[in-house]
Every structure is written in structure tokens, then in C-alpha cells.
Write a protein that binds this ligand. Structure first.
Ligand SMILES: Cc1cc2nc3c(=O)[nH]c(=O)nc-3n(C[C@H](O)[C@H](O)[C@H](O)COP(=O)(O)OP(=O)(O)OC[C@H]3O[C@@H](n4cnc5c(N)ncnc54)[C@H](O)[C@@H]3O)c2cc1C
Length: 400
């Protein structure tokens, strides 16, 4: 099998690189040179008090929009790029390689494709254009204090009152809710039904509506990234249900992980390793120490593993290219990628020695990576949950 680009793919790759070279704002180049812009940088920049950050977010969105590349995975009729799976792969690969931030957030990655699949025509007309234009960003209100891996145990209630629902309850770990305009949520509409069958999928168009409180949660890296979201007698029109009432579980599940190839992860892993090597090469003393220790082999091993991660991504892409949906393959890719990111961070800490503990300056990337990769094996389905999926769907073992 030839892993190289075809002539057409190489041409497309050149186009993408040229856009990044000419249009990626200086702010993001600068961030990329120092470990990357961080997750949701575009969403946070959009709402930043700093005009430079706001302008960068607008300019990068505009550059992609002019090429029609804002939504590579949406069908063309809804404003998507209409790219083949391989072109999407190349676009994502080049964006990840350059360290440019993704635009559009959860609205673009998850909600848009879900509305396209399950929404009414009126919902498509109303909600898709503002997501594409970067005017409205959405938070994902799934997890609750008692419902994470066992999401179907969620308790947030939506009680019908005329043409509205009245919502009461709490969501937790809601990424980016403090910078979002709106939130989509899974809510319980029938408490008597078996737990998967009493859930509905609802769109809450204004996260600042009366009765909604967004409270920050500060993570172990000191970042304000996720939040708690409380609903107290919040009115939401019945028209905002996506799909049928009490069938929201199935709507909600199609939404998980639309970008399944994890190519961002594969490229990110390689970039982290390259950054580590650059720091080691630039410092003769460090280089001598690493060369004289078993960490040298550990780094080589991590390099091999980044290559394996590419193969996982390519496998998922080849499944998509055949018009099929990856299933346990996506779980394998997520599992391997998240655990690899943590192994690379551990290797970086080993290689850097005591300097790896510094949280300031250019050397800080090891410590930040170490802290920053902890959530990778929790979010989007924990490693245990992924292994469960692989065991049952991939290997046909009985449910645990
Ligand atoms: C950075 C980050 C961002 C997030 N963003 C969002 C967001 O935007 N929106 C949102 O809704 N949620 C979000 N989450 C929440 C995330 O989806 C949950 O944390 C995750 O599903 C795990 O649920 P939990 O935290 O309740 O842990 P639990 O489900 O309580 O799990 C605790 C432990 O038990 C293990 N466990 C649970 N069930 C099983 C089982 N069946 N078999 C074996 N082991 C099991 C788990 O693997 C884990 O080790 C985010 C989480 C993180 C870390």
C-alpha cells in the first residue's frame, strides 16, 4: 500500500498549506511556537476582552470561510466543504500540524451534524447558518454529577407546560460554557420510562436566559476551561426538541465524536515529541544526560507509537472512505491516542529531570503537557469505557 498523497491530494495539501502560510494570524503562529494555542482558543478568543484576540479569531474564521473550509465534515448543501474523507483528513492534518486553532467549537463539530441528521427543516434553516458564520457557539450539556459514564442516569428534568418545557437540574464539566452563547442538553422528559427511553435532546438558545447559572470549575492546571451549569425553572419552547420526545438518547449518541479519525491527536503527539527533541538538542548538557540514560530509548519508543497512532487514523479514514461508520475502531483510536499523550508527557518529564517541574518559560511545556493530558483518558468516554466498547462490539465478548 502506498501511503503517499496522490497528485490530487498533494495539490489539495499545497492549497491548505498556502492558506495557513498566508492567513493564519500572528497570534496563533506565536502560540504554536510555544506549545500550541490550547483547546478552544478560537472560542475563548471570540469572547476575549483583548481586541487582538478577538480580531485573530475573526480573521482566521474568515480565511477558512472564504475557502468554504469552515465545516469540512458537513454536506455541501448545508454550507459544508463537501470534501472527501481523505481531503478532510489532509485539512485537519495540516491545521493540526501548523498549530492553528479549530473554529466553530461543539456547534460545528457535534451539533451541526446532529441537526443535519435529526433536525427538522426549520431547525436546519435556523441553527446551521449562525454556527457556520461563527456567530453562535454551543456548549454540550450532557454530564451531570451522578451521570458521566452512565450518562443515561441523568436527572435534569424537563416538564411540559403548554408550548414550553420547564427545565430544572444541573450539568457539570461543561467545556467552554462561559464563552458559549447557547447550550444543547439531554434532559429527562419521562421519569417513569426505562432510563434510555425517557430522555430528550433539547436546544437552549440563550445560555444567559433567566434561571441559568454558569459557575466556573478551575482544573488542576489552573485553567478555567469547564463549568457547572444550573437550570432553575428555565423555559424552553417545545419546538426546540431535536428528534422525537423521549427518543433523545439516540439523537444524543449520534452526536458523539463526528470527527473520529483523531488525526489531530496523531499530529499533536508527533509535535509534542518534536518540541521535546528541540529542547534537548538546544541544550548540550541536557543532550548529554539524555543520551547517557535509558530515556533515549523511551523517546524512540514514543516515536514508534506516534507512527502507530497515524495508522489508527488512516484506518478510520479508510472506513469512512468506504462510506461506513467506524465503531470499535474509533474507540481504539481514542483510547490509544489519549494514553499515548500521557506516555509522551511522562517521557518528557523524565527527560527534562527537575527542570520538567517548571511551569514558566520555554521549558514549561513538559509540566504543562503532563498536567494537561490527565483529562484525556476521562473526557469523551473514559479508557475503561472505551475498553468495554472494544470488548463487546469489537471482540463480541458479553457485557461486563
Ligand atoms: C476536560 C473535560 C471536558 C469535558 N467536557 C464535557 C462537556 O463539555 N460536556 C459534558 O457533558 N461532559 C464533559 N465532560 C465530562 C465527561 O464526559 C465525563 O467526565 C466522563 O464521561 C466520565 O464521567 P464521570 O466524570 O462522571 O466519571 P464516572 O463515570 O463516575 O467514572 C469514574 C471512574 O469509574 C470508571 N467506570 C465508570 N463506569 C465504568 C464501567 N462501566 N466499567 C469500568 N469502569 C467504569 C471510569 O472509567 C472512571 O475511572 C468533560 C470531562 C473532562 C475531563
Amino acid at each position: 500500500m502506498d501511503w503517499n498523497d496522490t497528485a490530487e491530494q498533494a495539490g489539495f495539501r499545497r492549497e491548505v498549506r498556502s492558506l495557513i502560510e498566508t492567513r493564519l494570524p500572528g497570534r496563533y503562529r506565536e502560540m504554536a511556537a510555544h506549545g500550541g494555542p490550547g483547546e478552544r482558543a478560537w472560542e475563548f478568543d471570540r469572547k476575549s476582552p483583548d481586541p487582538v484576540a478577538r480580531d485573530a479569531a475573526t480573521a482566521w474564521h474568515r480565511a477558512l470561510a472564504e475557502r468554504g473550509w469552515v465545516a469540512p465534515h458537513w454536506p455541501k448543501e448545508y454550507g459544508g466543504a463537501g470534501l472527501t474523507a481523505m481531503e478532510q483528513f489532509i485539512l485537519n492534518q495540516e491545521i493540526a500540524r501548523s498549530g492553528a486553532p479549530h473554529v466553530g467549537g461543539s456547534g460545528l463539530a457535534m451539533l451541526g451534524p446532529t441537526i443535519i441528521m435529526h433536525g427538522s427543516e426549520a431547525q436546519k434553516q435556523k441553527y446551521l447558518p449562525p454556527i457556520l458564520d461563527g456567530e453562535v457557539t454551543w456548549a454540550q450539556g450532557y454530564s451531570e454529577p451522578g451521570a458521566g459514564s452512565d450518562l443515561a442516569s441523568l436527572q435534569t428534568r424537563a416538564v411540559r407546560d403548554g408550548d414550553d418545557f420547564i427545565l430544572n437540574g444541573q450539568k457539570i464539566w461543561t467545556s467552554g460554557a462561559h464563552a458559549a452563547d447557547a447550550i444543547f442538553a439531554l434532559v429527562r422528559t419521562d421519569p417513569e420510562a426505562p432510563k434510555h427511553r425517557g430522555i430528550s435532546f433539547i436546544l437552549i438558545e440563550d445560555i444567559h436566559a433567566p434561571g441559568i447559572t454558569v459557575r466556573p470549575l478551575i482544573d488542576m492546571g489552573g485553567r478555567h476551561y469547564f463549568n457547572e451549569v444550573f437550570f432553575e425553572d428555565v423555559r424552553v419552547p417545545v419546538a426546540n426538541l431535536v428528534g422525537e420526545m423521549n427518543r433523545g438518547w439516540y439523537v444524543g449518541m449520534t452526536l458523539l465524536d463526528f470527527e473520529r479519525s483523531n488525526i489531530g491527536g496523531a499530529v499533536g503527539a508527533r509535535r509534542s515529541l518534536e518540541r521535546l527533541l528541540a529542547v534537548i538538542r538546544a541544550d548540550p548538557e541536557l543532550r548529554a544526560r539524555v543520551n547517557a540514560s535509558p530515556v533515549r530509548h523511551e523517546i524512540a519508543q514514543r516515536f514508534v507509537e506516534t507512527e502507530v497512532m497515524y495508522q489508527f487514523s488512516l484506518r478510520v479514514i479508510s472506513i469512512q472512505n468506504r462510506g461506513q461508520l467506524p465503531n470499535d475502531e474509533a474507540s481504539m483510536s481514542k483510547l490509544y491516542n489519549s494514553e499515548l499523550s500521557q506516555r509522551i508527557a511522562q517521557t518528557a518529564m523524565q527527560a527534562m529531570g527537575l527542570r520538567g517541574n517548571l511551569l514558566e518559560g520555554d521549558e514549561s511545556s513538559a509540566a504543562r503537557m503532563y498536567i494537561g493530558t490527565v483529562p484525556a483518558t476521562i473526557r469523551g468516554g473514559t479508557s475503561e469505557v472505551q475498553r468495554g466498547v472494544i470488548a463487546t462490539r469489537g471482540l463480541g465478548l458479553p457485557r461486563g
